[in-house]
Design a protein around this ligand. Structure first.
Ligand code: IPM
Ligand code: MN
Length: 344
């Protein structure tokens, strides 16, 4: 039996509901493949903040750091000022564990209705940089609340940061049948950061002659996600552009209820973290209305990251066959979780 330590952070809103179903599927697949997950639940998020005034202490961070992998539900709550939980919990984990790969597959499964009229297959992955850009929190306000107020929000881009995510993207592209990689940026306006990304991309490209490359400005890429999604195979982009275009990617593939993601540190010096792309959806929390599929697919990514490819494929198969026959049937969060677990 192979043993893994799993940190579970259900978080806010619908997080606990979808994570419960994700774990249901994980337990099932674990027993089938003789895997054992030693789970530690961390009660972090809005209620912890209200009760203690802290979001995520260094002691808790140190404990989570000892796990092999993390499953996260959702972060964010209307009773907490915007940014407190996002920065103090989600981004703290991404930055501290150096999750420089934010991997977000965009696949339109058979049986799922896309808002697009296209009949072409949609099957690409977005590799979003996870530790730099405007997310670093470098900036501030001067003369706050006055008519002279100044806000600065700097975008940090390092050669090393761009190169490592671009290299990972070339590796991914090279291992896929189409071997196509698109860099998305805005190098006609963001001359400094865009220049660094473009030069780095072109240099690394020389090491991967088998990969065909393309460049799109982020505005045009957003349009092509909607008009010609079939042209994409692997997309690499910075943190903020990646945040935006992956919501578009999720939407065209049937909505964020189906979009999974991995915050990955390929060096394995720190645990990687898997989470649905959707947020905490406080309006539907506690009603068993949330679709746990994105969390279950995140569990598949988690298994693949641990090298458990058969188990991962089993979960993917269960999801694919459920999506095929799902139609418009109204099912609760637990109904879907039970069906997926039952299909393992
Ligand atoms: C995401 C989310 C987060 C992000 C927020 C909640 C900080 O939108 O994972 O895409 O911007 O990265
Ligand atoms: Mn987002």
């Amino acid at each position: 039996m192979k043993k893994f330590n799993l940190a579970v952070i259900p978080g806010d809103g619908i997080g606990p509901e979808v994570v419960a179903e994700g774990l249901k599927v994980l337990d099932r697949v674990a027993s089938k493949y003789d895997l054992s997950f030693d789970k530690v639940h961390y009660d972090l998020g809005a209620s912890h903040w209200h009760a203690t005034g802290e979001v995520l202490s260094d002691e808790t961070m140190a404990e989570i750091a000892k796990s092999d992998v993390i499953l996260l539900g959702a972060v964010g709550d209307p009773t907490v000022p915007s940014g407190v939980l996002e920065r103090g919990l989600l981004l703290k984990l991404r930055f501290a564990f150096d999750h420089y790969i934010n991997l977000r597959p965009a696949k339109l499964h058979k049986g799922v209705i896309s808002p697009l009229a296209t009949t072409e297959p949609i099957d690409f992955i977005v590799i979003r940089e996870g530790t730099e850009g405007p997310y670093v929190g470098a900036g501030g306000n001067l003369a706050s609340g006055t008519e002279h107020e100044i806000a600065v929000e700097e975008s940090l881009n390092t050669r090393r940061g761009a190169e490592r995510v671009i290299r990972f993207a070339f590796e991914q592209a090279s291992s896929r049948p189409r071997k196509k990689l698109t860099l998305v940026h805005k190098n006609n306006v963001l001359l400094f950061a865009g220049g660094l990304w473009t030069r780095t991309f072109n240099e690394v490209a020389k090491e991967y002659p088998e990969v065909s490359t393309d460049y799109l400005h982020v505005d045009a890429a957003s349009m092509f996600f909607v008009t010609h999604p079939e042209r994409f195979d692997v997309v690499v982009t910075d943190n903020l552009f990646g945040d935006i275009v992956t919501d578009i990617a999720a939407a065209i593939c049937g909505g964020i209820g189906l979009a999974a993601s991995g915050n990955i540190n390929p060096t394995r010096l720190f645990p990687s973290m898997f989470e649905p792309v959707h947020g905490s959806a406080p309006d539907i929390a506690g009603k068993s209305l949330a679709d746990p599929t994105a969390t279950v697919m995140s569990v598949a990514m988690l298994l693949a990251h641990l090298g458990e490819h058969e188990a991962a494929a089993d979960v993917e198969r269960a999801v694919a066959s459920d999506l095929l026959t799902r139609g418009n049937a109204k099912r609760s969060t637990t109904d879907i979780g039970n069906a997926l677990a039952g299909a393992i």
